[in-house]
Structures are given as structure tokens and as C-alpha cells.
Design a protein around this ligand. Structure first.
Ligand SMILES: *[C@@H]1O[C@H](CO)[C@@H](O)[C@H](O)[C@H]1NC(C)=O
Length: 401
């Protein structure tokens, strides 16, 4: 009897223990996921499109950044007004910045305009920003610029500074005052499934601008804006751009280079799978006609469709707005090993391929292969100045090397 009681008792005990440990595990994991998710509403943000939620976002970020386990900053649906805000790292673990709603700038453009940035990620690593819409409401600022009044410098909507292993995906950025997404001094950045939207006449609203960064991939994204869809500035290396649509806009540009005398070069850039529609340029390399230590080498543009593009293929080393500060128009930038392959479609001007290189630093190693560009229904032409290279396969218009 005693023995069987003991047996029953011990079996109750063990199932009880099992149950308790089960609840403990559930409770711990609940607590962990709770501890690692930081909803901006819990920090005082209001989704009413009127209340300034900047401090709430800042506090949610600080909590997430201090979390020992992977953390999520969550922005639910609704409209959140944000002033310029800096999310600073390094953080203790990886962070997902998950946005379901819309971030909007204050209606007065001065509130962003003086800082140069709107949403700045500084020195972060292992951060993913996903989803949502950013509306910087830039129209007042653009109007100020075109009025000739004195205006603030203008804010970039998203800035990544000194950061690594960052992903930006599924975001729509609208009407930035200045550049939509700026990547500076970063390593290993992936941008995908983003939409950039600003009017074709909005000034300096580049979609993505890269500078002094290594390992930047831009994929499956669409750009309709007033300046370059993507611009690749000095110090950019190992840049991969794949499956993008551009237009309206000024195309994809390497440059401007030679803005400064002492400048890093651009190296190993690939654009593959791109459609340009009604853009000012297709693929462009652009440098000021000024002395510089900069260079552009190992650049590949391939698998590209041009639809009524004003300058489908262009190298312009004579960039000199208003013809000031460009002594003799000789660019110090050396351009070499540029490949154009499988590029088809229509040019909106007679000159579909235009290579205007520096008299003191001629372009070398330009390779053309399978190019078919028409001017409306007629023959297009090519133009070369100080440019050398080779062509293979079908090249229409014929190369001018
Ligand atoms: C060029 O860049 C790509 C990524 O865009 C990278 O995979 C490749 O290794 C780089 N090549 C060199 C020689 O660094």
C-alpha cells in the first residue's frame, strides 16, 4: 500500500514538475519576446498625424539598443510626426526597426531643413529597417529653393553613417527635401524592395546616394524622382545594383567626381537588369573638369533597357555648372575599364553614346558589346573625345573609338 502510494505520489510529482517546468519555459520565452519588442506607442508616440513623436521614438530605440537579446522597435499603423532624430549605436544585439505606419515630417520645412538629416542611423551594426512609408513633405522646401530666397540646407530622409550590416527593405520614401537615402562611410548595406517617389521637377531629390562605402547592394527597387535615381560618389567600392526601374529621374550616375582635389576613387560597380524610362540619362559617369586624385575603374553596365532616354550612355568629364571654377576643363579623374553589354532601346536624342573624356586623362578600356540603340525610328550616332576602347558583337550605333 505504502509502496503503491509512493509510486503514485512520485508519478504525480514528476508530472507536476514537468508542468511547472513547461510553464516556466513558456513564461521565460514570453518574457523574452516581450522584453525584446518595443512599441513606440508604449513610449508616448501618437498615431494622430499631429503630435510630435520624436522623443518617444528616441526612447524606444534606446531601450531596444540596450537589449541583450535581439530587439524590435515597432511602429504600428497611423501617422507619426517626427522631427530630425538620431538612432545611435552600437547596440547590444541586432535590431529590427519594423514600420507598419507612416512617418511624416512637420509641416514647416525649417524643422528638418537646418539639420541636413531627418532619420539618421549613426554607427549601428546589424540593423534591419523594414516596411512603412516616410513622407518628408518636401514641396515647401523645393518652392523655397526655386524662389531664390535663402533656404536651409535641406534634409536627407534616411541617412546611414558609419554603419555596417544594415538592411533597408520594403520602404516607400516620398518627397524628400534632398537625397532620399544617403549611405556614407558604411560597410555591407543591402537595400531592397524600396520605392522612391518625388516629382520629376523636385531639385536634388536623388533616390540613393552612396559615398565612402564598401559593399552596397541595391535590388528590386523603383525610382521616380527629380534627380539621379542612384548616385555613386567618391570612395564607393563593390557596389551591386540589380533589377531596378528608373524614371522619371536623371538615371544612374557614377559621380559627381572631382568636386574636390583630394578625393577617393570609385571601383567595382555593377549595374545589371535596369529599365530607364524617359530619364535624362541612362548610365552616366560624370566628373567636374577640375584637378582631382579621384578615379573610376572596373565599372560594368549590362542587361539594360532604355526607353526614350535623353543620354542613354554617357561619360561627361566636362561637368561644370555655370562654367565657374573649372580651369581649362581638364578633369583629373582617370576613367578605365568600363563595360557596356546588352543595352537596348531608344534614345530621345540623336547621340545615343557619348564619351567626353579628359584631355589630360583619356578614358581607356571602354568595352562595348551587344548594343542596340535607336533614335526614334532612325539611326542614332556615337561621339568620342579622348576615349579609347573596343567593341564586340553587334554595336549600334557603331563605336567611335
Ligand atoms: C566586386 O563587388 C562584388 C559585389 O558587388 C563582389 O562580390 C566582388 O567580390 C568584388 N570584386 C572584387 C575584385 O573585389
Amino acid at each position: 500500500m505504502a509502496k503503491s502510494f509512493l509510486v503514485i505520489n512520485s508519478s504525480i510529482n514528476s508530472s507536476w514538475l514537468l508542468l511547472v517546468s513547461f510553464f516556466l519555459i513558456v513564461a521565460t520565452s514570453l518574457k523574452q519576446s516581450e522584453a525584446a519588442s518595443y512599441n513606440v506607442l508604449s513610449y508616448g508616440a501618437k498615431a494622430d498625424g499631429r503630435t510630435d513623436s520624436t522623443m518617444a521614438f528616441q526612447r524606444a530605440w534606446s531601450s531596444a539598443c540596450g537589449s541583450a537579446v535581439p530587439a524590435t522597435v515597432y511602429v504600428p499603423q497611423g501617422n507619426f510626426v517626427l522631427k530630425p532624430v538620431v538612432f545611435t549605436g552600437p547596440c547590444k544585439n541586432r535590431i529590427l526597426f519594423l514600420i507598419a505606419g507612416t512617418l511624416i515630417a512637420p509641416s514647416n520645412y525649417w524643422s528638418l531643413g537646418n539639420s541636413g538629416y531627418w532619420i539618421l542611423f549613426n554607427k549601428v551594426t546589424r540593423v534591419t529597417v523594414h516596411g512603412g512609408t516616410l513622407n518628408a513633405r518636401g514641396s515647401g522646401y523645393w518652392a523655397c529653393k526655386s524662389s531664390g530666397k535663402s533656404c536651409p540646407v535641406g534634409a536627407r530622409s534616411i541617412s546611414l553613417e558609419g554603419s555596417s550590416n544594415v538592411v533597408i527593405s520594403g520602404i516607400t520614401s516620398m518627397n524628400s527635401q534632398n537625397i532620399h537615402i544617403a549611405i556614407d562611410n558604411c560597410v555591407n548595406v543591402l537595400i531592397q524592395n524600396v520605392k522612391i517617389r518625388a516629382p520629376s521637377q523636385s531639385p536634388n531629390t536623388d533616390g540613393i546616394h552612396i559615398s565612402s562605402s564598401t559593399g552596397v547592394t541595391i535590388a528590386s527597387s523603383s525610382f521616380m524622382t527629380g534627380d539621379d535615381c542612384i548616385s555613386i560618389g567618391p570612395g564607393s567600392k563593390n557596389v551591386w545594383i540589380q533589377h531596378v526601374a528608373c524614371g522619371p529621374g536623371h538615371g544612374i550616375s557614377v559621380g559627381s567626381l572631382a568636386e574636390n582635389a583630394n578625393e577617393e576613387g570609385v571601383e567595382n560597380v555593377t549595374v545589371t537588369g535596369a529599365v530607364f524610362t524617359g530619364t535624362q540619362n541612362g548610365v552616366r559617369i560624370k566628373s567636374w573638369g577640375r584637378p582631382s586624385t579621384g578615379f573610376a575603374r572596373t565599372i560594368s553596365f549590362r542587361n539594360i533597357i532604355m526607353k526614350n532616354v535623353f543620354n542613354p550612355i554617357i561619360i561627361d568629364q566636362n561637368y561644370c555648372p555655370s562654367n565657374t571654377n573649372c580651369p581649362n576643363q581638364n578633369s583629373g579623374v582617370k576613367i578605365s575599364r568600363v563595360t557596356y553589354k546588352n543595352i537596348k532601346g531608344t534614345s530621345a536624342t540623336p547621340v545615343a553614346m557619348n564619351f567626353v573624356c579628359s584631355p589630360t586623362n583619356p578614358c581607356s578600356g571602354i568595352a562595348l558589346q551587344n548594343i542596340e540603340l535607336k533614335y526614334l525610328t532612325a539611326q542614332a550616332t556615337s561621339y568620342c573625345k579622348n576615349a579609347g576602347g573596343s567593341s564586340r558583337g553587334i554595336v549600334v550605333p557603331r563605336s567611335c573609338f
